[in-house]
Design a protein around this ligand. Structure first.
Ligand code: HSE
Length: 357
């Protein structure tokens, strides 16, 4: 319990809030492990500043599910994963559990869905998210697949079940692009936006600007672990299109899915295109844009003086709003700890806006 003193009409009220937030963690890859480390290292601050005591009551990866109503020992969970490559070896009973049963039955306030993005059918994340919502549990995800394919219906399902659904890490990783547009520009009306939402293609195009051919730059991005396992997600523009759909729905209220995006990737570009742009004082960037109606991902010449003309793996997006004009936000668009911090941000937001018994 955490006690909060509220003064109302000269009367002091002592409100007791249950600080314990029980979490089900699904997916224990780079982001999941970084999130576990983050809540371990910041536990005192989380309690003192936000009244949160996170307790992971279940954790699942491809190998199995482990549960503990008392809360899993996160140090041991991380060690088990590091040594055996699965959380399943944390204890003897784990492999018998089914994650959908756990979502349904475990007492928990929040399901954190961190399985890899699947842009074809959104699975298995889609089923996890829908099951959690139907079970009345709040959901945080960084999985772009289900949102890219079914954003409007997932929001409807969340509202119907009166649960919080947060996904700030799906766009911009740790950079709060969605919150910036949704919250900081709340008093204005955003009319359109355009930006670089995929770090890998930005890296490849930056390298091509230094003289590497497309295959050389792609191989460099793959070797450095920047590109997705299936690089076509990046270079054919699917990842940027997914982020475009999420941003357009969430910020502009455009009910769309990835099927509505006109998409051209970067694999047909060659060095002569990049050199030509450079002669014009510009650079070629894979730009995701929404003019208020149409959604498009395509390579475009961007003036080097334009604030979205950033290099390397950076993301940048400019929102055009009715009264305050253009606002640009720039930051790292990926990274394990960066994205884990977005999950924690969402958790704090849920704690601040929901009441739990
Ligand atoms: N493949 C993505 C990118 C990772 O390059 O931006 C982050 O979503």
């Amino acid at each position: 319990m955490v006690a909060i003193l509220v003064t109302f009409k000269h009367i002091n009220l002592l409100i007791l809030i249950n600080a314990c937030l029980r979490l089900i963690l699904i997916g224990f890859g780079v982001v999941g492990q970084n999130f576990a480390q983050l809540i371990l290292s910041r536990s005192t601050e989380l309690y003192n500043s936000f009244g949160i005591k996170p307790r992971v009551v279940a954790c699942a990866d491809k190998g199995g599910v482990v549960t503990s109503s008392e809360g899993l020992d996160l140090q041991r969970l991380l060690r088990t994963k590091r040594i055996t490559n699965s959380v399943a070896h944390y204890d003897k009973n784990s492999r018998d559990r089914n994650i959908l049963e756990v979502i349904q039955e475990a007492e928990a306030e929040v399901v954190i869905e961190l399985t890899p993005t699947n842009i074809k059918d959104g699975e298995p994340g889609r089923t996890h998210i829908i099951s959690a919502m139907k079970a009345g549990k709040n959901v945080i995800t960084v999985n772009k697949g289900p949102l890219a394919l079914e954003f409007p219906s997932l929001i409807e399902l969340a509202e119907y079940n009166r649960i919080a659904f947060r996904f700030s890490g799906t766009v911009g990783g740790g950079t709060p692009i969605l919150e910036f547009a949704k919250r900081c520009l709340k008093g204005d009306r955003i009319l359109s936006f355009e930006g670089i939402l995929n770090g890998t293609t930005n890296y490849i195009l930056t390298q091509m600007g230094e003289g590497l051919t497309f295959p050389e730059a792609l191989s460099d991005a793959t070797t450095k672990g920047i590109a997705e396992k299936d690089p076509s997600l990046d270079i054919d523009g699917y990842d940027a299109a997914a982020k475009l759909v999420i941003t357009s729905n969430w910020v502009l209220g455009i009910k769309s899915t990835i099927r509505d995006v006109k998409r051209i990737g970067i694999k047909n570009l060659d060095l002569s295109d990049v050199k030509m742009a450079s002669k014009n004082g510009a650079a070629i960037k894979l730009i995701a844009s929404c003019d208020g109606e149409n959604l498009k991902v395509a390579p475009k010449q961007v003036s080097k003086r334009d604030p979205i003309c950033v290099n390397g793996t950076l993301n940048a997006i400019t929102f055009v709003s009715e009264h305050s004009g253009q606002q640009t936000i720039i930051g790292k668009g990926a990274g394990g700890m960066e994205t884990a911090s977005s999950v924690l941000r969402d958790l704090i937001e849920i704690r601040n806006t929901r009441s739990f018994d």
